[in-house]
Design a protein around this ligand. Structure first.
Ligand SMILES: Cc1cc2nc3c(=O)[nH]c(=O)nc-3n(C[C@H](O)[C@H](O)[C@H](O)COP(=O)(O)O)c2cc1C
Length: 652
């Protein structure tokens, strides 16, 4: 099983035990001074222990005054070397190798954090958080930055790291901008032709080689195709790859997309093609004789093996998959596939949290980035634990509590585990979410949880079981605002009912009230693709109070979702406040004017959800410990539900 995945390989002088790579993923768990914290070391150590072949750290900067986050890892000073040495030791202790990703944000630097104006090949409007206009670097300054890169690479070697990766991908940051004809408008030797745009990177390679010698492995990360009009094509990437290998690069990591405009291809969300960059990696592999690493949506050992077996790449990066389960390699090698916590590419805990300034976490692995504080340790005193509700919160709480040695019973009032995730995974592109429930359902049973379906936890049941702890995870129900005239009509249904199979999903014309993520996904579910000739298109209108749609959705998913709604010709009315529901439509106001939509068969409500929890107050006096978690406490995201479950189950 997985013969290719677990065969050793060399990158230059570096011998790897297998073909599995943890690619760079910024967790924001570093220290403000750029050093590797204990927390970050734990994160990487867990993945080394879990069997990965090579770890490439999150992006590490080369200059303290070019920052694009509060906690950017860095190799800009010798003072940082000891923390990197500790990291190397921790990773090596488990038989894995470690490389630092060397990166400079350049135009994406934030002046407020860096203390100076961002710098770039040309003064083309910045694409960073604040769209700052960068300053064009002089030739002398470019030479100084080349030196900074080379010094950072020297420090990586001195720290005992096994390799470095230079980040040249995604048409952004400093190296990516020099490579890009969009952002590099220079007329000197660092611009103009392809050779000119490549000179900065080639100078870095030369300067680095002068410091670290020929034997220290240097990898370059390159987007095979930037996937945007006017961006770099695969053919040009093949040419660049050849030149880089001639210049002494030991391996290429091939990705795709552009930051931030084609972000959906950089950190591709659920529903996008698996191994989406494999054709690019394959094309690059055809023109170079060094190992090629493929990255992007390689999220199971089976897909990874397929990529290797079919010759598309020599190694596979599995980013979010290893974030979700650090033990993926060892579990795959042991054939324990059902025990692998699956990355469902929801992007909420990882990239979605990091871009908002938080530290990376994960809906399937709330311990990601908190490996030490969230280690599962045996309970001091095993207790009888009753969990009410078998959605993601209840399942995760039951799983962890049982692993800690508690005697756990989980009751779900429906005939099926999963709660609202069963509905959330219905719309197009969202099916992968169901993997979360499949995994948790298997794990709770393996951990010894007694699962009772079709059984609601009541005060009487509590009297019978006499638990020491009750965890209320009874979820939420859709909000139906009673103050809207006509809300009780038979033609009014909730998005939840529609996703559960209500006949409203067969209607020819509907109005959806509420254009948050649920409303938009329901529209996506109802509207037929515009190339579907078999049936007349469904006429779907989305009414939203705010001035934009799906604001509660992560950026990559939102971008694709809104694109589909446009393509399916879903009508969108923003800043619309519903005043009345009619037998065949709605009356609403927009910019002070009253308007209406008529001829609709159903009005579908997607107006958020309200917690379902009477139980906790009813049993307070009967049970020593009662905890309310997930939507039962406050309706939020799956990320909050599993995080709360994970925390409470470790407390009891
Ligand atoms: C939270 C997060 C942070 C990332 N940070 C970096 C980074 O620092 N440097 C980089 O080159 N790519 C970064 N990426 C992109 C990943 O390296 C990888 O290319 C991407 O996640 C797709 O691979 P996957 O489908 O295996 O997760 C990041 C991705 C995530 C999810």
């Amino acid at each position: 099983m997985f013969k290719h995945l677990f065969s050793p390989i060399r990158i230059g002088s570096m011998e790897l035990r297998n073909r599995i790579v943890l690619p760079p993923m910024t967790t924001s768990c570093g220290a403000m001074d750029g050093t590797v914290t204990e927390r970050l070391r734990d994160y990487y150590e867990a993945r080394a222990r879990g069997g990965v072949g090579l770890i490439i750290t999150e992006a590490a900067g080369v200059h303290p005054q070019r920052k694009y986050g509060l906690f950017p890892l860095s190799l800009d000073s010798d003072a940082q070397i000891p923390s990197w040495s500790e990291l190397a030791k921790a990773v090596h202790a488990h038989g894995a190798k470690v490389a630092a990703q060397i990166f400079d944000p350049g135009p994406e630097s934030i002046a407020m954090l860096s203390g100076r104006q961002p710098e770039a090949p040309s003064a083309v409007v910045g694409r960073g958080l604040f769209r700052e206009v960068p300053r064009e670097l002089t030739t002398g300054e470019i030479e100084a930055v080349v030196d900074e890169f080379a010094e950072a690479i020297r420090r990586a070697k001195e720290a005992g790291l096994d390799a470095v990766e230079i980040h040249a991908a995604h048409g952004y940051a400093l190296v990516g901008s020099f490579l890009s004809p969009f952002f590099n408008k220079r007329t000197d030797s660092y611009g103009g032709s392809l050779e000119g745009r490549l000179k900065f990177l080639l100078d870095i390679l030369q300067a680095a080689r002068d410091r670290v010698g020929r034997d220290f492995p240097i990898i370059v990360r390159l987007a095979g195709d930037e996937r945007r009009t006017g961006g770099r094509t695969l053919q040009e990437s093949q040419i660049i790859a050849r030149i880089l290998v001639e210049a002494g690069v030991d391996a290429l990591e091939v990705s795709g997309g552009t930051v931030p405009t084609v972000m959906w291809a950089v950190v591709a969300p659920c529903g996008t093609p698996l191994a989406l960059n494999a054709p690019f990696a394959e094309a690059i592999k055809q023109v170079v004789d060094v190992p090629v690493i493929c990255v992007g949506r390689i999220n199971t050992p089976g897909i990874a093996e397929f990529v290797l077996e079919t010759g598309k790449a020599d190694l596979v990066s599995m980013g979010r998959a290893l974030h979700a389960d650090p033990d993926l390699p060892n579990k795959a090698a042991a054939g324990r596939l059902e025990d692998i916590a699956p990355c469902v590419a929801c992007n909420t805990g990882c990239i979605g949290t990091v871009v908002q300034g938080g530290q990376a976490t994960c809906i399937v692995n709330p311990a990601a980035g908190k490996e030490r504080e969230m280690a599962i340790v045996p309970a001091a005193r095993p207790k009888r634990v009753l969990v009410a509700g078998g959605g993601p919160a209840g399942l995760e709480a039951a799983r962890v509590a049982a692993l800690r040695g508690h005697q756990v019973t989980l009751c779900e009032k429906e005939g099926k585990l999963g709660g609202q995730v069963n509905l959330a995974s219905v719309p197009p592109f969202m099916q992968e979410l169901a993997q979360l429930i499949k995994y948790l359902a298997i794990q709770v049973r393996k951990a010894g949880v007694k699962v009772e379906l079709g059984k609601e936890v009541t005060p009487e049941l509590v009297d019978e079981i006499k638990p020491d702890v009750v965890i209320v995870a009874s979820g939420a129900r859709p909000t139906v605002p009673q103050d809207i005239p006509g809300i009780d009509k038979d033609s009014v249904v909730t998005a939840h009912e529609v996703l559960a199979g209500h006949k409203a999903s067969m209607a020819r014309k509907v109005v959806i009230v509420g254009g948050g993520m649920v409303g938009c996904e329901t529209a996506d579910f109802l509207a037929l693709p515009s190339d579907n000739f078999a049936a007349a298109p469904t006429d779907v209108t989305l009414l939203e109070m705010r001035d934009d749609l799906a604001l509660d959705c992560v950026a990559e998913t939102r971008f694709l979702l809104l694109g589909r709604l446009t393509e399916k010709r879903v009508r969108v009315v923003l800043q619309a406040e519903v005043k009345e529901i009619l037998d065949d439509g709605v009356v609403f106001t927009r910019e002070g004017r009253e308007e209406s939509i008529r001829g609709a068969e159903y009005v579908i409500l997607a107006l958020g959800a309200k917690p379902v929890d009477n139980l906790s107050t009813e049993i307070r006096d009967k049970v020593p410990e009662v905890h309310v978690i997930g939507d039962a406490g406050q309706a939020r995201k799956i990320l909050d539900a599993t995080a709360e479950a994970a925390r409470v189950a470790r407390m009891i």
